[in-house]
Write a new protein. Structure first.
Length: 147
């Protein structure tokens, strides 16, 4: 986990959260991928969405006194992905699926630990751009060997 902490948040219509992290860094995160997820449907209501608050201790954001929330690490990862500073989790998982790689096989292919693959696969840590390049390179080399 990155254990990011949020200092403040305010909503920008229709689905953007403007965050200020404890480090002073500011990020805008599009949370539209949550809007159709079970339990998050109320976020489609602009008035409800605007009532966002920082969770106690800054570990995430919440609506309706904690009824709905998004943890800080997920927001941090999304922000990195949306600014091109991280490899999107869905693309990483698709790379694994497309190539028929288990968690262990992906770890071996990339020369990193299975635990790190678990973090990336589950969206618990931002995936560095160099991992995207390694995935693409592995795929090209693997295709050349098969030909």
């Amino acid at each position: 986990m990155t254990h990011q902490m949020i200092n403040s948040v305010h909503a920008e219509a229709p689905n953007i959260l403007a965050l200020v992290w404890r480090t002073g860094k500011q990020t805008k995160v599009d949370v539209s991928e949550y809007l159709d997820s079970p339990g998050y449907e109320r976020l489609k209501d602009p008035a409800f969405f605007a009532a966002v608050a920082v969770e106690e201790w800054g570990h995430g954001v919440e609506w309706a006194d904690g009824e709905i929330g998004i943890d800080a690490d997920s927001l941090y990862r999304l922000g990195k992905e949306q600014t091109g500073l991280a490899f999107p989790v869905v693309e990483f998982n698709y790379w694994m699926e497309r190539n028929g790689l288990s968690l262990s096989a992906a770890a071996k292919a990339l020369g990193i630990t299975r635990r790190t693959i678990l973090y990336y696969h589950g969206g618990h840590k931002p995936i560095p751009v160099y991992i995207k390049l390694a995935c693409l390179g592995w795929e090209v080399l693997h295709a050349q060997r098969a030909a």
